[in-house]
Design a protein around this ligand. Structure first.
Ligand code: NAD
Length: 297
């Protein structure tokens, strides 16, 4: 029998993700606070509902793609929320990027109520959501992961089980903290090279074949030229906006604090991206940090 999926949060990511589920033959019900998003969803063949309560009532699977941990917690735990209104045995999948502690708290509440739940944040952005090539980092039991996998597949390029609940979010914040640090490192190296009279392409050719090699250099190069698809060639239009990077870095810093970890480079990266955002450049791709560090943005 065709499974019914209730999709809550039909924004920049949720809308294209829900379209891929419809394309794969699932019956998809949707809810969002914004009426225009519900209209767009209905045009794609989804069935719109006017509340969380109504959208989950007949669902076998619930997927949430929401802005923050506080909203996720409310949507699941409210009187009119998911736990109180979904069928027994439904599978719950939160794809939002939220803090590790809230993800663990909500999934503990889910299991106390007898539901299987996974956290399944993504990387790949709006482009990956539209193309159905997102990378899912999944936290939850092995059984819940096996149930979630076929549901995630139409939206995914890669699905990795990262361990118990919260570990999907943990993998996501650790990866993005590393990305922020490496992008700043690559940007500093280009800026220093330029100041020393080194040509960008020459430095790229050296470093991309040497020990400085990393994704920020070879796939998302922050200077125009060496990697034609990188946002540096398109006036640093996102891509991955500084505000979104900053959201993930703040979640990383929250996790650093609650786990008592020592991440001085992560803290410095958060400071640099905060300054870039406060200077009014939150909408610029995060690789624009090269210009920000050079005092040109
Ligand atoms: P968005 O703001 O475009 O979408 C969020 C949607 O949730 C909005 O349409 C909003 O109306 C809806 N919403 C808010 N509260 C609600 C509620 N109580 N009930 C129902 N709907 C509600 O954000 P987005 O870019 O789609 O991101 C969603 C999540 O995915 C975020 O956690 C974000 O960090 C993460 N993410 C985004 C990207 C990206 O490139 N945009 C990449 C990876 C992960």
């Amino acid at each position: 029998m065709t499974q019914t999926i209730a999709f809550i949060g039909l924004g920049n990511m949720g809308m294209p993700m829900s379209k891929n589920l419809l394309g794969a033959g699932y019956r998809v019900f949707g809810f969002d606070l914004v009426a225009a998003n519900l209209e767009g969803f209905a045009k794609s063949g989804g069935k719109p509902f006017r509340s969380v309560e109504e959208v989950v009532a007949e669902a076998d699977v619930v997927i949430t793609m929401l802005p923050s941990g506080a909203i996720v917690k409310k949507v699941y735990t409210d009187e009119k929320g998911v736990f109180a209104n979904v069928k027994a045995g439904a599978l719950l999948i939160d794809c939002s990027t939220i803090d590790v502690d809230t993800a663990r708290e909500v999934s503990t509440l889910a299991s106390e109520k007898g539901f299987e739940m996974v956290d399944a944040p993504v990387s790949g952005g709006v482009g990956g959501a539209a193309a159905g090539t997102l990378a899912f980092m999944v936290g939850g039991t092995a059984e819940a992961f096996e149930r979630a996998k076929p549901v995630l597949e139409p939206m995914a390029g890669k699905i990795v089980h990262c361990g118990p609940s919260g570990n999907g979010q943990a993998a996501k914040v650790c990866n993005n903290m590393l990305l922020a640090i490496s992008m700043i490192g690559v940007s500093e190296a280009f800026n220093l090279g330029r100041a020393l009279g080194l040509d960008d392409q020459v430095f790229f050719d050296v470093a991309s074949n040497a020990s400085g090699q990393c994704w920020s250099l070879t796939s998302y190069c922050p200077v125009p030229g060496p990697v034609p698809t990188s946002p540096a060639n398109n006036d640093y239009k996102p891509g991955f906006a500084t505000t979104l990077m900053l959201k993930d870095l703040r979640l990383a810093m929250q996790a650093v604090e609650s786990s008592g970890s020592n991440t001085p480079m992560g803290a410095k990266a958060a400071e640099i991206y905060t300054a870039m955002d406060e200077a009014g450049h939150g909408g610029v791709d995060f690789s624009g940090v090269l210009k920000h560090l050079a005092g040109k943005l």
